[in-house]
Design a protein around this ligand. Sequence first.
Ligand SMILES: NC(=O)c1ccc[n+]([C@@H]2O[C@H](COP(=O)([O-])OP(=O)(O)OC[C@H]3O[C@@H](n4cnc5c(N)ncnc54)[C@H](OP(=O)(O)O)[C@@H]3O)[C@@H](O)[C@H]2O)c1
Length: 308
Amino acid sequence: MENEKKVCVTGAAGFLASWLVKRLLEEGYHVVGTVRESEETSHLWKLPGASERLELKSADLVTEGAFDDIVQGCHGVFHVAAAVSVIYKKDPQTEIVDPCLLGTLNVLNACKRSTTVKRVVCTSSVGAVRVRDGFKPNDVLDESMWYPLGKTLGEQAALEFGKDNGLDVITISPSLIVGELLSSSATTSTADIVRMLKGDKRWFDHGGYVHLDDVAQAHLLAYTNPNASGRYVCSAINMSAIELASFMSKRYPKLPIASTDEIEVVFPANFKGFSSRKLQDDLGLQFKSLEQMFDDCIASLDRKGLLT
Ligand SMILES: NC(=O)c1ccc[n+]([C@@H]2O[C@H](COP(=O)([O-])OP(=O)(O)OC[C@H]3O[C@@H](n4cnc5c(N)ncnc54)[C@H](OP(=O)(O)O)[C@@H]3O)[C@@H](O)[C@H]2O)c1
């Protein structure tokens, strides 16, 4: 069927979505990407195949009905966009949680109303898996908790929506994504890595790390494998912030990375790690190494002059 090769990617100009668009174009898909009006998109137009098979349309997650016309004609939708931020100006509910929860429902309602969409792959986060652990007595909670809340509610709503409406919805929950930045400026998530590389001493303990290309591959496998269903954790390496600092300061001695003695760990990961067994066993994903993640990431940041 012709439209099996036509898919929509929300938040197409973002860090992960740009790479997913790149991979989809390489695989011969026609991609309809959604962006916000003010977003920089030049990096997307430089991708091989973009001039022939990429369309960009403007849509905000919280504008009701904004995705209806966009997804019509697409066979699949990758819902990647989210307010990836722990910082808000006035109201965390409208700035962070609503785009995750109401935005997801807005996209899914558009898919349900369409006559063409057969499967939706939503990007969640291990933040939505970590929440299950609850909090320990000594944990200090701060404004960063709005983002995992949004992701948790968004993923839960997506899976329930799928069940209630007979829509095939799959979620992918990556840990910290590390890899090549395609856009010219650092997005929120890469900005965190840039801070670490520039010597910031406050390190969030992400607990797990995964290569950008592996996350894109997980989305592709979830989309194309007829047996894929439910949630998939996508995390290659379990590591504490101290272990990561030790690895990074040894491998990249020219960068001013804080030493293991200097770093202050924010939110220690009080669990053994993440398991991606389901993704590996059922969908056959093979993860790239920690070395490759950071080599690719640092080389791209360096090329763009973001480490000076
Ligand atoms: N990066 C990670 O380590 C990581 C780990 C786990 C899960 N994830 C998930 O992966 C997805 C992509 O994250 P990312 O790291 O690639 O972040 P990103 O670069 O900030 O991409 C997010 C995209 O969503 C867009 N967006 C935000 N609010 C929107 C709204 N109201 N309407 C329309 N678009 C909106 C952003 O546009 P603006 O630039 O205009 O804000 C941006 O293009 C997210 O769902 C995130 O939760 C990321």
